[in-house]
Design a protein around this ligand. Sequence first.
Ligand SMILES: [Mn+2]
Length: 301
Amino acid sequence: MSLPVPTTPANFLALPPEQSALGTAGAVVIPAPIDSTTSFRSGARYGPSAIITASAALEDYDLELDVDVAELGIYTAPALEPDVGSPRRMAERVRAAVAYYAAMGKITGVIGGDHSAAIGSAEAHRERHPELSVLYVDAHADLRDAYQGTGWGHGSGARRISERCPVTLVGVRTLAMEERDYIRQAGIPAFYWPPDGDDYAGAVVDGLNADVYVSVDLDALDPSEMASVGTPEPGGMRWLELLALLRRVAERRRIVGFDVCELAPEEGPPAHSYTAAKLVYKLIAYSLALGGHNVGFGGGF
Ligand SMILES: [Mn+2]
């Protein structure tokens, strides 16, 4: 027997059991509260709980897509336990968790946590989709072979992924010379910010394969709209510019999984935790209601 009074479920979007059960969920949100590899301001370990708390305030109905996102079904997985002794073992832990839910046919969304979570998450999807493209949205290139003693930290995420499958960088506006050299040598497509063409999103999408994994470091956004990150970088993407890009990807390709990383809620205003939660919500809606995963919502968008 359940408690005979209204309650607020402690899951993503505060969904009742019928909309948050694993069996019927279209998407699984996987909290990864890790920040042992952050290099400047830490606190991303508090990101997943801040995102889930803020998500309770989101409307289930998405005005842009004319879709009730709650009806898509979102299961919130138990938070992964950090392995602070080894970023490499942590990457394997994330990979195994994402693989577990992806094998059920779910869209997986890892919520960080620092951006090292992208390594294992992208790898789980690459194993399922050999032709996977990774869209890596970040103010930084994350292409260092190793940084501060590990090659599996948040400064090396795109580098490790690029060794397994194609990576397209978007939003980058600061770079180490080592990273510049690697981009040239390995031929990594890098769409720097601000964009220099008229159709930034179109040019990005044209280079992606049919199945796409989307990895978002929230510092890709401008600090005016997203200050709650460990390494803020001025001159970034605006919220609506990021959404327009992600929507275009979802319309023209199939988003099979994603991560949203680096929310350090104590580094910025509470409003920015809400922004991070809304990005997770938007990625779920785009992934499931547009393009290759369209679950059959009638008309309207
Ligand atoms: Mn970054």
